[in-house]
Design a protein around this ligand. Structure first.
Ligand code: ADP
Length: 660
């Protein structure tokens, strides 16, 4: 057995913090690495020591094998944990570790290499007698062959990047006519994200569930499975809610899938933690998808029901220890759910949202675990994955785990960036989810385009009240600091003071207020007077009794912008407008603007081209995903203001279309 004393975590965000937590609990010293953008990041503060490895782009920092090995050498780390993402599934890191005499906390490089290609992985699974999705995983990558194979498979066909992960490069073709364009786009995404344009085709299974099996093996060849996780709730093929047990598996299918997973792992000499992914069809049949040769984002739910700490098991295996338990000794107890809290803007189709986290407060509740990579004051930049935290609940039953999750998400306070939190709550509360009727198109089926949850009129009014009271108190405090006037005193006795507040980008509401005493006021909003008692006022939280109903809300002010928490897990953004309206900023008609900062990867129109509303003109890549900027109207392209390779800011004008 190898003795380890210091572990370098070659990652960032929540997973780096999570790995360090266990390492420290095992008495190991921890080392963080960081880019220019992460000098103040939580994972750096969490570590015992930290090494700067390069500039912000991950290609120049977190993805540079030599920089990580050099960092480990410099501080005398004897092991590297890769986390997930970044280099975790790159055999080169595992090999470089071995060459440098550093222990790689993960599977052998040979297994990573075998499973890094979906092509080879499918061949291995087939050889192990495990069912795979029918499709094409051959070497010939010409359009002609791929199109002919797609026709053989039958539409719809799923195009996947062989080296892919995280749903990137994955496209559905519904008809032969679409294939040419989709293959080109999939290749471009695959090459950009993984440096390998190889594609494979699969029959598209209608309404499947995503069910995966956690495996764990030691270096003597003993492999067990730790049951399943269901990860069917996905948006754009990205998991957002994961749980165990799956509401869809009976004991027989569970053990059949578990055994299949162990067979695949044993067949490639796998050790350490890994995940064998399957999809299950509505008729109960299951098909192998791929093996993820690393710790998964959603590993905590497995920890909840098995009582094992997977990072501890990974470290033990890397030291050469035997697992020390047999399959029969493992049990699944209770139920656990994980929700991924992303910095995403529900108002713009869930594009990543960047900014400073003005607030991030996690409640303390029984059965709740929050694995966060951020804290109050953290910068959420464009450079990395927008995952802020994972919220995990466990309970004796699935129904109770869901209730706990909703309560936890509603109580969490996050402001400064927009998040998918309110949307997560809506999914959890949906009747079909509670009934366990989940599949990978659940969100499209139940929510369609209605992903946004605009506040009701009453919620807007309430948020405006809290923001206005907070502002009025701040102004009063400022005045009393300057003079000894009573709060709300105005020289102009003719009219009550008023403020205009726009909630969630909506129409501004005019709110008049009058202090009756230091802690009582009358607010008039939309012609309705409300009697308000300030039960408690702190700088970032107000408890108000409004017409006899008392509630407490987080209220955070940054300049004209206030954030007010809502009753359904929202964080309303309330803009306090100047008392007199200013002229609206001039709006350029027909302008296409960048929805977020990114890099231009394709310009598909030229000045003079006739375009139809909705035609993609410029493709922007941000956070490794492509976003098409589309013609806002039918018309003629007047100007293209960007070129391929150019980096643009949010709101930058990309092109101008002269409407007909
Ligand atoms: P990635 O490695 O990019 O995550 P996967 O192969 O694991 O790609 O697939 C991701 C998700 O895409 C699955 O969870 C499932 O929802 C969907 N998917 C994959 N293959 C198929 C298929 N053949 N038919 C239908 N859905 C699929």
């Amino acid at each position: 057995m190898k003795q380890l004393s210091k572990i370098l975590v070659a990652n960032r965000g929540e997973i780096a913090c999570r790995v360090m937590r266990t390492a420290r609990a095992m008495g190991l010293r921890t080392v963080a690495v960081y880019s220019d953008a992460d000098r103040d990041a939580l994972h750096v503060k969490t570590a015992d020591e930290a090494v700067h490895i390069g500039p912000a782009p991950s290609s120049a920092s977190y993805l540079v094998v030599e920089a990580l090995i050099a960092a480990a050498r410099r501080v005398g780390a004897d092991a590297i944990h890769p986390g997930y993402g970044f280099l975790s599934e790159r055999a080169e890191l595992a090999e470089a570790c071995t060459a440098a005499g550093i222990v790689f906390i993960g599977p052998p490089a040979t297994a990573i290499r075998a499973m890094g290609s979906k092509q080879r992985a499918k061949q291995i699974a087939r050889a192990a007698g495990v069912p795979v999705v029918p499709g094409y995983d051959g070497q010939d990558q010409s359009d002609a062959t791929l199109i002919a194979e797609a026709q053989k498979i039958g539409f719809p066909v799923l195009i996947k990047a062989s080296a892919g992960g995280g749903g990137k490069g994955m496209k559905i073709a519904h008809a032969a006519g679409e294939l040419g364009g989709l293959l080109a786009s999939a290749r471009r995404e695959a090459l950009g994200a993984f440096g390998d344009a190889t594609l494979l085709l699969e029959r598209y299974i209608a309404e499947p569930r995503h069910v995966e099996i956690q495996i764990l093996g030691d270096q003597s060849g003993h492999v067990v499975h730790l049951f399943e996780r269901e990860c069917s709730i996905q948006r754009r093929h990205q998991k957002i809610i994961e749980e165990t047990p799956s509401p869809a598996l009976d004991a027989k299918t569970r053990s059949a899938m578990g055994e299949a997973a162990v067979r695949v792992a044993a067949g490639i000499g796998y050790y350490n933690a890994g995940t064998v992914e399957f999809i299950t069809a509505p008729d109960g049949s299951f098909y192998f998808l791929e093996v993820n040769t690393r710790l998964q984002v959603e590993h905590p739910v497995t920890e909840c029901v098995t009582g094992l700490d997977l990072v501890r098991e990974q470290i033990r295996v890397a030291r050469g220890e035997a697992l020390g338990y047999r399959q029969e000794e493992l049990v699944q107890r209770g139920a656990a759910i994980e929700c991924r809290l992303y910095a995403e803007d529900p108002r713009s189709g869930f594009l990543p949202s960047t900014g400073t986290l003005e607030r991030f407060a996690v409640p303390t509740l029984p059965g709740l675990r929050v694995d966060a990579g951020v804290e109050r004051g953290s910068e959420v930049s464009i450079h990395y994955d927008p995952l802020l935290a994972k919220v995990i609940t466990e309970a004796p039953t699935r129904a109770e785990a869901i209730d706990r999750m909703i309560y936890a998400l509603e109580s969490l306070e996050v402001a400064g960036v927009r998040t998918n939190r309110a949307f997560l709550i809506r999914v959890l509360a949906a009747e079909a989810f509670r009934a366990g009727r989940t599949h990978t198109h659940f969100i499209e089926e139940h929510f369609g385009d209605r992903l946004e949850m605009p506040p009701t009129a009453e919620e807007s009014a309430e948020a405006a009240c809290f923001a206005v009271v907070h502002t009025a108190l701040a102004e009063a405090a400022e005045r009393t600091r300057l003079t000894s006037l009573v709060p709300g005193f105005r020289n102009n006795r003719l009219a009550d003071p008023s403020l205009r507040a726009a909630v969630g980008g909506g129409e501004p509401l005019e709110v008049h207020y009058r202090f009756v005493s230091a802690d009582r006021l009358v607010l008039t909003l939309a012609g309705k007077a409300r009697s308000v008692w300030i039960a408690r006022a702190e700088s970032d939280r107000l408890t108000l009794e409004i017409d006899g109903h008392r509630h407490s809300r987080a209220v955070i002010r940054r300049g004209d912008q206030a954030y007010v928490s809502g009753p359904r897990g929202q964080m309303h953004e309330v803009l306090i407008l100047p008392r007199f309206p200013e002229r609206e900023a001039a709006h350029q008609p027909g302008a296409l603007v960048a929805p977020m900062p990114g890099k231009i990867v394709l310009v598909s129109a030229q000045p003079g081209d006739r375009v139809k509303r909705g035609d993609p003109l410029v493709v922007l890549e941000a956070m490794k995903m492509e976003h098409a900027a589309r013609a806002p109207e039918d018309g003629v392209v007047e100007e293209i203001l960007v070129r391929v390779g150019q980096q643009v800011e949010a709101e930058a004008i990309l092109a101008i279309v002269k409407p007909d």
